[in-house]
Write a protein that binds this ligand. Structure first.
Ligand code: TXA
Ligand code: MG
Length: 329
């Protein structure tokens, strides 16, 4: 199959709508990462997602809808705070897990009774969702375990030959996947951290829990138990107070003939002057926005990426550190 990349326009949206309704997969931009979309009520199309990605069959998909889509068509909204969250943070990088009505096919939710729903803010994505006017289920558009794509080219690099079309909506601004929140219980519970932080949810709902997943637990958000986000080169991860150890590892690898890059926040730039650098920016939102882009740039030009963490896990850094540990730890 030939894979086309087309800029997202009225015309390409029309083509994507037709391809999706004919049971095909389409690469789609969102404000977080690119998604690999299929119509959520089409079991055969949804099965193709798991095959194209090599995704474990027990890891459910998120259903994406446009901002005027009536959620009651696909889920039961049982908690009042869920509506407050919807008002406050959607369209945006927030996914809420509700009781499913079974309209989205069981293949998409891996036989489970809940459905994760997201209303992306990316304008081009909204345009497509409105045109389709049905839930589009979409995981990140990478081969399973690889770093998630934040440009159409990244999607092409992983899925060339496997899908007919990628809509190019520019580089994703958010850069890490949406916050996934279980809104079926008494209080909201974060299953995957992201740009909508615990603090932001507390501000609207009064309280918010974070699900703790120990290795081997039966977890509520199956995706978090898998190794994830890994670039194709070697990686190492150091704390910000381990600069000397990071430099030692760098010299050692260079002496072994390896191409090495340090990946760090801008504040570390001086400490590593003269070293090959992948700079992430200076605050949490910039770092999130650049993280996958720099990992995917790094895997092309480095044999080893040495990442420096940031010494904090508050706010958006929780989601960033979760990705950094899984990609480089
Ligand atoms: O930002 C995003 O969320 C991107 C874009 C494309 O929207 N999508 C994305 O999808 O990251 P994926 O499939 O790579 O990750 C979905 C996460 C996984 O951790 C999965 O286990 C969890 O959401 N999830 C999906 N449905 C769920 C459900 N019913 N209950 C609990 N967790 C669920
Ligand atoms: Mg993913």
């Amino acid at each position: 199959m030939k894979t086309q990349i087309l800029p997202l326009t009225d015309e390409s949206v029309k083509l994507a709508d037709k391809l999706l309704k004919d049971g095909n997969l389409v690469g789609i931009p969102t404000e977080t990462v690119y998604g690999l979309g299929a119509i959520g009520t089409d079991s055969e199309a949804v099965k193709k997602i798991f095959i194209a990605k090599g995704r474990p069959s027990d890891n459910p998909l998120i259903a994406h809808v446009h901002k005027d889509f009536d959620l009651n068509k696909i889920v039961n909204v049982t908690r009042e705070y869920a509506l407050k969250l919807k008002d406050a943070y959607t369209p945006g990088p927030l996914t809420m897990v509700f009781e499913s009505k079974g309209v989205v096919c069981s293949e998409a939710v891996c036989g489970g009774e809940t459905l994760a729903v997201r209303i992306p803010s990316h304008e081009g994505c909204q345009k497509l969702l409105r045109k389709v006017d049905a839930p589009i289920v979409a995981p990140s558009a990478n081969i399973s375990k690889h770093t998630s794509p934040v440009t159409a080219k990244h999607v092409f690099d992983d899925l060339d030959g496997k899908i007919p079309l990628i809509l190019d909506g520019g580089k994703c601004t958010g850069g890490i996947e949406s916050t996934v929140v279980d809104v079926t219980g008494e209080v909201p519970r974060i299953l995957r951290a992201g740009l909508i932080t615990k603090e932001m949810i507390e501000a609207v709902c009064g309280s918010c829990e974070i699900a703790k997943h120990a290795e081997g637990d039966r977890v509520k958000s199956p995706g978090v138990k898998y190794s994830h986000y890994r670039p194709k080169c070697q990686t190492m991860l150091f704390e910000p107070n381990e600069i000397d150890r990071a430099k030692e590892a760098y010299r050692q690898a260079e002496a072994d003939g390896k191409r090495v890059f340090i990946m760090c926040a801008d504040q570390m730039q001086e400490a590593f002057s003269g070293y090959n650098l992948l700079l992430l920016g200076s605050d949490g939102n910039q770092i999130a926005s650049n993280l996958y882009d720099k990992l995917l740039e790094g895997e092309k030009k480095a044999d080893l990426i040495i990442a420096l963490s940031f010494g904090r896990e508050d706010g958006v850094y929780l989601g960033i550190m979760n990705r950094l540990k899984k990609s480089c730890g």
